[in-house]
Write a protein that binds this ligand. Structure first.
Ligand code: FUB
Length: 464
């Protein structure tokens, strides 16, 4: 995978450097797909599906749904698996075949309403389920103990309109919707076929397909995503033929009928699927999508990326290409608050793993000599940083150091935290650092004996 020539971005001084741009894909520790962003209380949460490293029968192998969050669009905090097929009793292979608890956790979407979080997910081949939690990380529970939509379809997408009306879209090869009731776990059965409404699948609504397909009369394939801007409703979707591109249609109503708008993102990126997620954040609009950009990437090993989406004056979408740069930061990261170590712009080598039984809390693990984490756009401010502290744990005979470097992996060294063997217990350790001012990208370079598995890191912070 090609990356930025970091050395070209190195700075001579420790003060007031220009931050390096963000880097796609936004998660490097696992394969992620089917992005579903949602903004709540100033934070952008991103739910994804998860392609397992080990494939079964060389096909989609997906067991759980993941969550990440950001406050700046460049550093993403990993909250781990927030739900899995095991949340659904009706995924039990004794009840339905398909992948049982082992496969079929396809494209999710979550939304918050009146203090509750609703996670809509397909269990491929078994229908669409809904889970409910009190916070974005769960624990999520299945209030129905059966599918919400039992028509064996995929790719649920939920939309809450300004007037409080909520819609659930989904479907491959046709585009369907149901109007959700206020409880968000049932729908208005007076509409369509017992509540399930299929859209008119015409080229005028979803575009002319370039290659005839008897099951698909339009370019619509799957992955609908409803979005509203200036009183106009947009339906973004994965479009065929395979390999997919992203297309969109518009309507003056969230229920359609839809008018085809064009291509948003042409076929590119090395995965035979693509899947849109669109959200407004800090006054900008972002398109999340997936590709095969990580090492080992492919159609079943995908990675979520993000770029800014712009519109013409008439409301039409300006088509865009995938980038490695991603969007510019929309905020600085405050290093004087505790920063979860799994808050990452770019990770090399490390993994994340759950910490304790608090949902959504992860730590950095599987640390080997030379691994690193980049955190972008860190604002050390005018008083400047003088001290660095971190919560770490290592095995009895393991340990090592964390080097702190600015603006590139071999940039100026401002300090190094020594980590002794802690016999597995968590210790807060600190070290003095060269006084550091202004905005920088921070590199945590992990060092230690070649045997590896050096230590785990829970959080870090600087002190003035
Ligand atoms: O991730 C499995 C499937 O691939 C999704 O449900 C589709 O949207 C496509 O991305």
């Amino acid at each position: 995978m090609t990356r930025f020539p970091f050395t070209a971005l190195m700075i001579a001084s420790l003060a007031c450097s220009a931050p390096v741009a963000a880097i796609n894909p936004i998660v490097q520790t696992i394969y992620t797909a089917d992005p579903a962003p949602v903004v709540h209380a100033g934070t952008l949460y991103l739910y994804t599906s998860h392609d397992e490293d080990q494939l079964v029968k060389n096909f989609f192998t997906m067991k759980d749904w993941r969550c990440f969050s950001t406050n700046d669009m460049v550093n993403w905090t990993d909250h781990g698996a927030v739900a899995s097929l095991r949340n659904f009793t009706w995924a039990d292979p004794k009840i339905s075949g398909w992948g049982g608890f082992e496969n079929g956790a396809w494209a999710p979407q979550a939304i918050e309403r009146d203090g509750k979080w609703y996670l809509y997910v397909p269990l491929q081949g078994r229908g669409i389920g809904v889970l409910v939690a009190d916070n974005p990380f769960g624990p999520f529970e299945d209030p129905l103990n059966k599918p919400l939509v039992a028509n064996d379809n995929i790719d649920p997408s939920v939309f809450l309109d300004d007037d409080g009306d909520a819609y659930l879209y989904w479907g491959n090869p046709k585009c369907w919707y149901a109007k959700l009731n206020d409880d968000m776990i049932s729908y208005d059965t007076a509409l369509g076929d017992h509540g399930l409404v299929v859209q008119e699948m015409t080229p005028a609504a979803f575009g002319q397909r370039s290659k005839p397909d008897p099951r698909r009369p339009t370019s619509y394939e799957e992955g609908p995503w409803l979005y509203k801007r200036n009183e106009l409703y947009y339906l973004f979707f994965g479009a065929g033929p395979i390999p997919e591109h992203l297309g969109y249609s518009t309507s003056t109503s969230p229920a359609g009928p839809w008018k085809y708008g064009g291509v948003v993102m042409s076929t590119q990126g090395g995965s035979f699927t693509n899947h849109p997620g669109v959200v407004d954040y800090h006054g900008k609009t972002y398109l999340f999508y997936h590709n095969a950009a990580l090492p080992g990437g492919g159609g079943f090993h995908r990675s979520v990326c993000v770029d800014e989406l712009t519109f013409n004056r008439d409301g039409s979408v300006v088509p865009l290409d995938m980038t490695e740069d991603g969007p510019a930061p929309v905020a600085e990261l405050d290093p004087y608050q505790r920063v979860e170590a799994e808050t990452i712009a770019w990770a090399s080598g490390v993994e994340t793993e759950p910490a304790g039984d608090k949902p959504g809390n992860m730590v950095i693990a599987a640390v080997d000599d030379g691994d690193s984490i980049e955190v972008q756009n860190v604002d050390f401010g005018a008083p400047g940083a003088a001290k660095f502290a971190a919560s770490v744990a290592s095995d009895e005979d393991a340990g090592g150091t964390i080097e702190l470097r600015l603006d590139s992996a071999d940039g100026p060294l401002i300090g190094a935290l020594s980590i002794p063997g802690t016999a597995g217990s968590w210790k807060t350790l600190s070290t003095d650092v060269t006084k550091t001012f202004g905005v920088h990208d921070l590199f945590l370079i992990f060092r230690g004996p070649p045997a590896g598995n050096l230590y785990r890191v829970d959080w870090w912070k600087f002190e003035p």
